[in-house]
Design a protein around this ligand. Sequence first.
Ligand SMILES: [Mg+2]
Length: 480
Amino acid sequence: MSLFASPLFLFSLACTGVFCLFVAQLIRSNQVIHQRNDALRLSQAQLEQSAHYDVVTGLPNRLLFQQRLETAISSGERLGVLVLDIDGFKLVNDSLGHPLGDLLLQQTTQRFVSLLTAQDTACRLGGDEFAFVLSCPQDEQVMAQVQGLLLAMQQPFDLKGTAALVTGSIGVAFYPDHGHTSDSLLRHADTAMYAAKEGGRNTYRTYHPDMTLQLQQRIFLEGALRRALQQNEFELWYQPKIDLFSGRVEGAEALLRWRDPEQGLVSPADFIPLAERTGLIIPLGEKVLDLACAQLACWRARECLPGPLAINVAALQIERSDFVESLSRALRRYDLPATLLEVEITESLLMESPQHACAILSQLQQMGVATAVDDFGTGYSSLAYLKVLPIDHLKIDRTFIKDLPGDDDGVAITQSIIDLGHALGFRITAEGIETHAQHAFLRNAGCDQGQGYLIGRPMPADSFERWLAEQPYSQQPMLL
Ligand SMILES: [Mg+2]
């Protein structure tokens, strides 16, 4: 029997085989364990990344930012804490889509990062809000960085061939002057950022305790405004417009009033700017349309219509809502002809987005709704646009009327607007007529229509009806 066939040899061979298999298995197991450990480490790193960093910009997120801010505070060094909000970001997102909105965020991040020192931290708080902790040996240094951030935002962004222009509003709070915790510093920088927005955007504000009080009042007023909309606390007052030559009543302007159950009548100057900022102007505008049409239907049924009723339309209503459609719906709801409504838009709105405003005004005119430019002379209307705009009336702003007829500049401007308006085919209305001398001047200057305290103040519907009943309906000039 050969050695290779001996049972001992075969047994040792089998043992060696089993051993090799065991060793191979061991190596494979080790590799699997290593691979598993690598995968675990990777997913831990990914978890860590997503827990502390923003996916879109790669910047630290709010959590990591707060941790770093707390570390910086614990050093006791003076700090500048900034909150920056991009003005006009929503417009980019809405018009160009979220992928290009994200691209804008990435490009702004690159610009921000290039302006920071190694000791500074930037983060994306969420949406279009960023925050910064800046080391602050001197306040002037922080202010220079703030100006740098604002300037960086003002350069156009190239979003895959589309140029986008945005700006930034920045709020600044200093440690230790404005807070000792990360929460209070961020909150105060945020409050200051809102003050910068209200200050006209593309600017910065440094926190002051008065800002917190103003913010609280605004939050209170906003809540009250929402409640007022639900509980129908709004009403329209009516100011008559007359033909300056014949004195005949030619219609009225509907003016919004808020009757708060506790505060009484709240001035539009106090709530319209807030309604515009919060977007509440959209439901409020719907409310005005409904109230105006309801009143017109009531007067029409009682055969005491004063003429067309003019409503004021805010920029946001034209920009954001399906304004023409909601106006048509309101007319249908009360079975009214479109000729009973007139729409007044301000000159500044007209110049902000002339093409869009032009399209809306043109649709209104085609329906039969008269259109007017309000506060004319205060904006910067281009004559080229004025010529092609679908408008029926120009309303001369009261600032030009108030010094008539003694002020030479006022006389020259008013006469020019009347002549220019007539040459372009518009009817001219003067606002704010308060004296007989103003009335006589405007009539002689050829102004077609007028409104103001001399003729009639804004009045609630019942007072307006009584005023109307007292007016001569003949062609005779109204005695003033
Ligand atoms: Mg008006």
